[in-house]
Design a protein around this ligand. Structure first.
Ligand code: GDP
Ligand code: IMO
Ligand code: MG
Length: 425
């Protein structure tokens, strides 16, 4: 069985949660490999509608081992909250474990995230989710981080906090806000240990055993390639890599074993937060996309910036991830549009580009549009490729050609069964 990665091909919110929920029905293991509770992965199934922030979207299958992987950053309060919400809805969560190597989002991290963001000038704001993701990964890289396994080792944690807290307090003082206290943090950590300590394990033995036994293993990414720390629109990015290569590191699986990479792509584009977004449509048509597509952030509730399909970012995503298949989502939203623009390339200083340039250049590009006819009919009940209108098939086939990747799934609604699976999948 190939190890499969499911990753976002655009600016995030492509429908990864929805696709992982579907694919996880057959999975033995699902691992979230990066990011934290900045994710908002919406899943609609027989249990109800959920926006998952840190839990893997395979959590609804009691027989699937769900792992919050080593590459993630975990806010235990948020984890506890999400687990309670799911349990209240009748979902079993005994199948959830957290890597002891994942880093902890400490109470000062979201505070610092908010303060740093407030300090950025208008126009330079990243528009972070304020979940503390950047500061937690920064501490990880600077070796000031605390790991989930530290919660199980109070003496070690105490030593670490005594060395880290003075530094954090210097930064908090610079911002003119009250400091944090080692004893209070120890008390918080003790509460976390009681709540989630039994789930914190070395995840590698189970991961290795599953891969060796040829089990179905799914790796779930957070966000999309355009917000990738290295290949996205730096500095308007997140602080981890939402690409398939990072899945190997974040999940603890040899890179060469990840041989199936599903790129989740919305058939138009949305982005939340700052930074260049060339396919954005600031006309009333963009507002219509937002209204019909209900494009509001699953984590922050912010209205998403809306625009049309962008072939340049798609090819960027396709190369960086090595997509073997596409899952194209939200096709039903385009049922309502007479004409569908597609951004084929970018124009910069009179030249047409077909690759993503440096961020400062990307801010200056003009999209080059092609226009495709819409289908103006209801696709929500389509369950086979042949059920789709001719123009929808032509449009989707065109996107697949632009992405240089075959289509495996076409999603025509948020519900688990509103999906077309191509025959060879
Ligand atoms: P993620 O972060 O990539 O998991 O995506 P989000 O959950 O943030 O955003 C996707 C939104 O679109 C959610 O509200 C989903 O319920 C919804 N959705 C996913 N696929 C479809 C689809 O094919 N049609 C419609 N109408 N909604 C969809
Ligand atoms: P899912 O997994 C869309 C954006 C923020 C901001 C930038 C950095 O649901 O696709 P961060 O809080 O990570 O430091 O913010 O990335 N962002 C997202 N946009 N969907 C998400 O997650 C996002 N997670 C972060 O808006 O611009
Ligand atoms: Mg989302």
């Amino acid at each position: 069985m190939p190890v499969r990665a499911v990753v976002g091909a655009q600016w995030g919110d492509e429908g990864k949660g929805r696709i992982v929920d579907y694919m996880a029905q057959k999975a033995d293991v699902v691992i979230r490999f990066q990011g934290g509770d900045n994710a908002g992965h919406t899943v609609v199934n027989s249990y109800g509608k959920f926006a998952l922030h840190i839990l893997p979207s395979g959590i609804f299958n009691p027989d699937t081992l769900c792992i919050i992987g080593t590459g993630t950053v975990v806010n235990p309060d948020q984890l506890e909250k999400e687990l309670s919400e799911l349990e209240a809805a009748g979902v079993t969560t005994d199948n959830l474990v957290v890597s002891d190597r994942a880093h902890v989002v400490m109470p000062y991290h979201p505070r610092l995230d908010g303060l740093e963001e407030a300090n950025r000038k208008d126009g330079a704001k990243i528009g972070t989710t304020k979940r503390g993701i950047g500061p937690t990964y920064a501490d990880k890289a600077a070796r000031f981080g605390l790991r989930m396994g530290d919660l199980l080792r109070p003496d070690h944690l105490h030593q670490r906090l005594k060395s880290v807290v003075p530094k954090k307090n210097r930064t908090l003082r610079d911002f003119g806000v009250p400091p944090v206290d080692v004893d209070e943090l120890m008390a918080t950590a003790e509460r976390w240990r009681k709540a989630v300590g039994h789930r914190i394990v070395d995840v590698l033995p189970a991961t290795r055993a599953a891969v060796r036994a040829d089990k179905e293993v799914l790796l779930e990414g957070q966000l999309g390639v355009m917000r990738d720390l290295d290949w996205g629109i730096y500095p308007y990015v997140t602080s981890s890599n939402p690409t398939a290569a990072a899945a190997a590191v974040g999940a603890g699986i040899p890179a060469a074993l990840i041989t199936d990479v599903v790129g989740v792509v919305k058939c138009y584009s949305t982005a939340v937060g700052g930074g260049p977004f060339p396919p954005e449509d600031l006309s009333p048509l963009g507002d219509r996309l937002r209204d019909i597509g209900q494009e509001y952030g699953a984590t922050t509730g912010r209205p998403r910036r809306c625009g049309w399909f962008d072939a340049v970012s798609m090819r960027h995503a396709s190369w960086l991830n090595g997509f073997t298949a596409l899952a194209i989502t939200k096709v039903d939203i385009l049922d309502h549009f007479e004409e569908l623009p597609v951004c084929r390339g970018y124009r910069l200083d009179g030249k047409e580009l077909d690759a993503i340039p440096y961020t400062t250049d990307l801010e200056r590009v003009e999209p080059v549009w092609e226009r495709h006819p819409g289908w103006l009919s209801d696709t929500r009940d389509a369950r086979a490729w042949a059920d789709l209108p001719d123009n929808a098939r032509a449009y989707l086939s065109h996107l697949s050609r632009l992405a240089e990747t075959p289509i495996r799934f076409v999603s025509v609604g948020p519900e688990r069964d509103q999906l077309i699976t191509m025959s060879d999948a």
